[in-house]
Design a protein around this ligand. Structure first.
Ligand SMILES: *Cc1c(COP(=O)(O)O)cnc(C)c1O
Length: 362
């Protein structure tokens, strides 16, 4: 039996109630029911309403279930960009969205910040021809974040009909977005929702829907089965186009119920308290230091530290105490560690990790 606690930045430790829900799902044979049945429609509706409650999502937003956040990058470009998108890039995930747009033949422009840094938003000018502005709330590869007050400045910088997209894959539900200031937010469930991977959630407003329809009417291809109009048609009947990941939609609905019972404000304040504890340790540590210099741009949910000992050695020693942190990303694999601080990680678990790190490495 594996009794390790995973502080890896996704997949990560499962939300504590998942094993019980998984057990019920097996007893109720959720894996065998038809995705056209009334039972599935109820499962779908529960997940959707749970999410609307947790995020306080306005009515003009739709909730769509797809395969992954990676899929959403591709669908976003196909459905919402006729010619040109503009991307803020400061790490591997934001870069990948930019590359996806180029691979789909769009004109792409980017504003780049060095790996491990946030953006100087005041100095960014958005091209008036950009139809989609890609922001990244939490760059999981580097641990740099974009606070909501910075995200909210883009509506005024962009053309009136430009769509503002926010990658919140490794932070939601922590950031309290002003949904009127953005047009689409997306995430996948194996990060902060503490579920097995294989489900992406795409929130879009009526402006994204209208743009997809007008592209379609003008004769532009907006893809095949996962076009926004096709997703909406099925979503209105609490269904999906294809046979979906029913088990994960079920588990999401259950975990959302648990999270709503706890309350999003409690989740957010716990996240901040645990992050403070981790950063305070990193600041005084002899071997680790926060990788993101500006405290305002330090992620609260994926905390990255420079390390004078290799991440492999850190994890080798932590393994004896049933804990694992993430290695650095890409070329920082050994020189950095990444610590997930997700809603599943209890204050007690974080406390134990920090004191063990301090005991082992100083
Ligand atoms: C993990 C991650 C993705 C990709 O998510 P998938 O579910 O693997 O497609 C995208 N953006 C960010 C910031 C991520 O952390």
């Amino acid at each position: 039996m594996n009794t390790k606690v995973y502080f890896t930045p996704g997949p990560s430790e499962l939300y504590p109630t998942v094993p019980v829900h998984m057990h019920t799902a097996m007893e109720d044979k959720i894996g065998s029911i038809s995705h056209r049945s009334k039972q599935f429609q109820e499962i779908y509706a529960k997940a959707e309403s749970g999410l609307r409650e947790l995020l306080q999502l306005p009515d003009e937003y739709e909730v769509f279930f797809v395969a992954s956040a990676t899929e959403i990058w591709e669908r976003a470009i196909q459905n919402n960009v006729q010619r040109e998108s503009f991307h803020l890039v400061n790490g591997s995930f934001s870069k990948r969205f930019y590359e996806t747009a180029a691979e789909l033949g769009r004109e792409t422009r980017q504003h780049e910040a060095p790996f491990g840094q946030g953006f100087d938003v005041q100095r960014i000018s958005v091209p008036s021809s950009a139809e989609l502005i890609a922001l990244i709330q939490n760059e999981t590869s580097s641990g740099a974040c974009m606070p909501v007050d910075e995200i909210n400045q883009f509506r005024e910088k962009a053309a009136a009909d430009a769509l503002i997209y926010v990658d919140a894959v490794s932070s939601l539900p922590y950031p309290a977005f002003d949904f009127a200031k953005v047009d689409s937010v997306y995430f996948s469930v194996q990060k902060c929702f503490g579920l097995p991977a294989g489900l992406g959630v795409w929130l879009v407003n009526d402006r994204c829907m209208a743009k997809a329809r007008s592209m379609q009417e003008s004769g532009t291809s907006i893809g095949s089965y996962h076009t926004l109009p096709a997703l909406l048609e099925k979503a209105l009947a609490s269904q999906t186009v294809e046979t979906p990941n029913v088990l994960n939609i079920y588990l999401l609905g259950k975990v959302l119920e648990d999270m709503n019972r706890k309350g999003v404000e409690t989740i957010r304040s716990e996240t901040e308290a645990k992050a403070t504890q981790i950063y305070t340790y990193l600041e005084r540590s002899a071997v680790f230091s926060p990788a993101v210099e500006n405290p305002k741009h330090r992620s609260k949910t994926t905390i990255v530290a420079n390390s004078t000992i290799s991440s492999a050695e850190v994890n080798k020693q932590l393994a004896a105490f049933d804990m694992q942190v993430g290695s650095g990303y890409g070329k920082y694999k050994e020189a950095q560690i990444r610590i997930a601080n997700f809603p599943t990680h209890s204050p007690e678990q974080v406390e134990k990790l920090v004191s063990k790190l301090e005991e082992l490495f100083g």
